[in-house]
Write a protein that binds this ligand. Structure first.
Ligand SMILES: [Fe+2]
Length: 188
């Protein structure tokens, strides 16, 4: 099935009500769009994968069900298999290998977007523009900060993409800052 961005957004809103998870989904979409442009890949399909990667997380947050329930549902509505595989592969415990650039990128941006959100929230203006990539890199070592974010996955993600960690942080930070009003940031 050919799937449109609008349809993906409709599905997202059907499954997810939590403001935080919706924001995360749009944040990952933003990063995926930026990398799709950089790599000359199909922006819309990368955006859709970013948008829907945590589709079932609100209803089925356990490792037994997430992201398997999302994959099951997307398969039932004839979603393109490459998108479903990418979504499955973003969780390491599924043991679905990350082989394509799409899969590697999704994994590389997911936790980093969460970490950058936390970094922007503590800025007085709540803006990604006030976040410095250097200090983000340093903050990764502060275990008390944004504790739920998996640092190892951020490092592994950049490595798998073959990008320097600082460069990766700055690339995603910039992408988020360019879309921050839509994401609900930058408001004092
Ligand atoms: Fe995620």
């Amino acid at each position: 099935m050919e799937v449109s961005y609008d349809e993906a957004k409709r599905i997202l809103n059907e499954w997810i009500k939590s403001d935080a998870l919706l924001k995360h989904s749009f944040g990952v979409e933003t990063a995926m769009r930026a990398y799709a442009k950089k790599y000359g890949e199909d922006e819309e399909s990368w955006a859709i994968v970013g948008l829907l990667h945590d589709l079932d997380y609100e209803k089925h947050p356990t490792k037994e069900e997430h992201p398997f329930k999302a994959a099951e549902y997307l398969k039932s509505i004839d979603f393109p298999p490459f998108m479903i595989k990418a979504i499955l592969s973003h969780a390491s415990y599924t043991n679905v290998p990350r082989e394509t650039l799409l899969e590697k990128t999704l994994f590389a941006v997911d936790e980093l977007v969460g970490f950058l959100f936390a970094c922007a929230y503590v800025q007085p203006d709540k803006s990604f523009r006030s976040v410095k990539a250097e200090s983000v890199k340093k903050k990764l070592k502060d275990k008390a900060f944004a504790r739920s974010v998996n640092r190892e996955e951020i490092r592994e993600g950049a490595e798998t993409l073959g990008i320097d960690l600082l460069e990766h942080i700055e690339f995603v930070r910039k992408a988020l800052s360019e879309n921050e009003e839509k994401l609900g940031f930058g408001k004092i």
